[in-house]
Structure formats: structure tokens, C-alpha cells
Design a protein around this ligand. Structure first.
Ligand SMILES: [Zn+2]
Length: 74
């Protein structure tokens, strides 16, 4: 049986992806414009943009945009 080689000591540092939250804010003159935030989580939690919907990754709230088709109730 070949032994597993376990490396000891410090692991090489890897850069983690930074928060892209700042991209949701835009400054126009004196005003700050924000993207759509989650109605459940409040400001600071932004909704992810999909093709036809907005989605909150925190509370899984989703908002459908384009087609306002309501499913008929059986
Ligand atoms: Zn939310």
C-alpha cells in the first residue's frame, strides 16, 4: 500500500475573490444610486440579475420581471 504523502506546514496563500458589492453602487454627482435590493433582507443585500428574474442569494427571494403570466388556478 502506497502511503499518502501529507504535506505539513504553511499552505501557499491564495487570493480570495473580493466582494463585488461595490459594483452595485454608483455615484452620480452627489447622489448614490443603488441597484435593486432585497425587500426581505433590506438594503445592503442585492438581488442577482438573471435573464428574466431577480434573485436573492441570501433568502432565495426571486422576482420575475418580463412576463407577467400568472398561472391559472385549477
Ligand atoms: Zn433576501
Amino acid at each position: 500500500m502506497p502511503r499518502k504523502i501529507i504535506k505539513k506546514g504553511k499552505k501557499p496563500h491564495k487570493n480570495k475573490p473580493t466582494s463585488k458589492k461595490y459594483t452595485k453602487y454608483k455615484i452620480e454627482g452627489d447622489k448614490i444610486t443603488r441597484e435593486r435590493s432585497c425587500p426581505r433582507c433590506g438594503p445592503g443585500i442585492f438581488l442577482m440579475k438573471a435573464k428574466d428574474r431577480l434573485y436573492c442569494g441570501r433568502c432565495h427571494y426571486s422576482e420575475f420581471q418580463s412576463k407577467k403570466e400568472v398561472a391559472p388556478k385549477a
